[in-house]
Design a protein around this ligand. Structure first.
Ligand code: G6P
Length: 607
């Protein structure tokens, strides 16, 4: 993962780069560093911890730089430490570089460089690139880069400075995103355009093996053959002011934003009169949509869970055979992708390496790809044939909350549209739309119960193991509920299909392992009740989440949280808001770092 940022221009380079880096902190936050040229020498400063720690050190040491590159790290090779933090320099201190990605052949390169007398100081794969470039350099750095790229296996986005090239930043992208911002008399390079969007809207996205030579007043792009002409793009989406407002954490703010996020996701995307949905940005023609015989959904993490909900909706409503696969598994499968398969790739960030690789695999097999994504201009949206945007606004908390809700809404609308093109009649479509339109109020009613949920959370915060179980639409919700608790509070939580409990997991149930029963699938409530009786019989505590008018579970549950009535197909939205709040308040009680949980990163750009 990691975020990289560089700047050359008339502003204070150190401050500009630190500010940009903070906007990339979601990509990793275990250590950070900055380097640049000052009076002809490379100066660097690195610190363990968040960017604020680096900022403090930079100010204490009164670091001044003419131009600067910086990185916020999510450790892959070598633990978080000052030595392993980027930037990395070559032995002769002629160059410094920051890296996002993984060099897979770092071991063999390291051995061969050591044989040439290079002494490594860090455990990282990245230092191998710095040392390699240092050894290969013979006076023409661009030529060195072009010769070095084919020697590196893996993923790398790099920003590099060299002593012999003052005023220039060299940038390379390969299977890792990198975007250049062109300003007036200044230029930026970043893993994500949002980090400089307040300064310039004119951007160039680097493609694989392209090298950018960035100066404050010019930009040249080269591929391995020579200089190339490269299109510039304008960032079109609004710059959204990112602040916590009155909330203590971004995560809590984002949980509370969900009624608005649902309205936003629905806005002008349905036709009441025809009981169907419509997407302005969908550029797959009606005939290709009508010919779809099966749908494959690819995603990771929270997006995978919304994908499971989407798959059930598409099968239930549109009667299209739909299956969901984990991107990281799918990419190595040599998968069968029959003709007339539509692939839906879901990703909040649009930068998840596994999902992008899986998309490339299905494209190579001839399938059409529809992305569902939150970030405009992200790599996934550029790979896909068409994109439906989440319109959730920037999600800063590392744990995905509002993006899940938007994903479910967009999938529900898409499923409605596909169903109406096939079997569903207008009245059924209108009924489903009514349920969708009611969701913001349903979610608001859940949010109004935050104090009640907080009380329950406090009661259970000391347990070290939890189960989340549910049936049908509550099964993916269980996976998501358990994931949220794991991520944010570091409690061991497992999501299960309730019927599977008896096939093994029930062995773990005792008075010390509570079960969160997601009971808002009315159709299967009786069956869930039987599973819960088995839990209660083994002294397991039960927290049940049910619809207001459903009865049964209150007899066996130790605590009950109700949600307003909604249809089973959409109940995951309010139920997930309950589990988000439970996870949030439990994590608060345990003193965890809410917005930036340990070991995680928001955008996972490595395998
Ligand atoms: C990371 C994040 C998760 C997210 C997953 C997929 O692991 O921490 O919250 O669900 O990546 O991310 P995507 O951007 O593809 O939805």
């Amino acid at each position: 993962m990691c975020g990289i940022f560089g700047y050359t221009g008339k502003r204070n380079s150190v401050e500009t780069v630190l500010k940009g880096l903070k906007k990339l902190e979601y990509r990793g936050y275990d250590s950070a560093g900055i380097a640049g040229l000052h009076t002809g020498e490379i100066v660097s400063c690195k610190e363990v911890g968040k960017i604020a720690a680096l900022e403090k050190l930079v100010h204490e040491e009164k670091i001044e730089l003419d131009l600067a590159i910086a990185q916020t790290r999510w450790a892959t090779h070598g633990k978080p430490s000052v030595v392993n933090a980027h930037p990395h320099l070559d032995q002769g201190r002629t160059l410094a570089l920051v890296h996002n990605g993984i060099i897979e052949n770092h071991d063999s390169l390291r051995i061969s460089l050591e044989k040439q007398g290079i002494h490594f100081v860090s455990e990282t794969d990245t230092e191998v690139i710095a040392q390699l470039l240092g050894v290969m350099y013979q006076g023409d750095f661009l030529a060195t880069l072009r010769e070095a790229i084919p020697l590196l296996k893996g993923a790398f986005a790099l920003a590099i400075i060299h002593k012999d090239y003052p005023g220039q930043i060299f940038a390379i992208a390969h299977e890792s995103p990198l975007v250049i911002g062109i300003g007036h008399g200044e230029a930026f390079v970043s893993s994500d355009s949002n980090a400089f969007a307040a300064h310039t809207r004119e951007v160039v996205f680097l493609a694989n093996s392209e090298i950018a030579v960035i100066k404050s007043d010019s930009l040249q792009i080269f591929d391995l053959m020579g200089e190339i002409d490269k299109e510039t793009h304008q960032l079109t989406e609004e710059i959204q002011e990112i602040s916590k407002g009155d909330y203590e954490h971004y995560t809590l703010k984002e949980i509370f934003e969900q009624p608005r996020v649902i309205r936003q996701a629905l806005l002008s995307r349905f036709l009441e009169e025809y009981g169907t949905a419509t997407f302005e940005e969908l550029n797959l023609d009606v005939n290709s949509l009508l010919s779809v015989q099966r749908i494959l959904i690819l995603a990771c993490g929270t997006s995978l869970h919304s994908g499971l909900i989407g798959a059930s909706l598409l099968e239930d409503q549109a009667r299209i055979l739909t299956y969901t696969d984990i991107s990281s598994e799918f990419r190595y499968k040599n998968p069968i992708v029959p003709p007339d398969t539509l692939v839906i790739a879901i990703s909040q960030s649009g930068e998840t390496a596994d999902t992008i690789a899986a998309v490339k695999e299905v494209k190579a097999k001839g399938a059409k790809v529809l992305a569902i994504c939150n970030v405009y201009g992200s790599t996934l949206t550029r790979e896909a044939d068409s994109t439906l945007y989440l319109r959730a606004g920037p999600e800063i908390g590392v744990c995905s909350t509002k993006a899940y809700t938007s994903q479910v809404i967009v999938l529900a609308l898409f499923s409605l549209m596909m169903a109406r093109m096939r079997h569903m009649n207008k009245y059924e479509g209108q009924e489903f739309l009514n349920a969708l339109k009611a969701l913001p109020d349903v979610v608001q009613a859940v949010l109004d119960k935050a104090p009640e949920i907080e009380k329950i959370a406090k009661k259970y915060a000391h347990y070290e193991n939890f189960f989340f179980i549910g049936r049908r639409y509550m099964y993916p919700s269980s996976l998501e509920g358990a994931l949220k608790l794991k991520e944010i509070s570091y409690i061991n939580a497992n999501g299960y299909a309730a019927g599977e409990m008896k096939h093994g997991p029930i062995a773990l149930i005792n008075a010390d392992c509570p079960t969160v029963a997601l009971g808002a699938n009315s159709d299967t409530l009786d069956k869930l009740e039987s599973n819960l009786r088995e839990v209660a019989a083994r002294d397991g505590k039960i927290i049940a989440i049910i619809k207001e008018s459903d009865r049964g579970l209150e007899k066996i549950a130790n605590d009950v949280i109700t949600i307003p009535d909604t249809i089973d197909e959409l109940a995951t939205v309010p139920v997930t808001v309950v589990t988000q709040l439970l996870a949030y308040y439990i994590a608060i009680e345990r003193g965890a770092d809410i917005d930036q949980p340990r070991n995680l990163a928001k955008s996972v750009t490595v395998e």
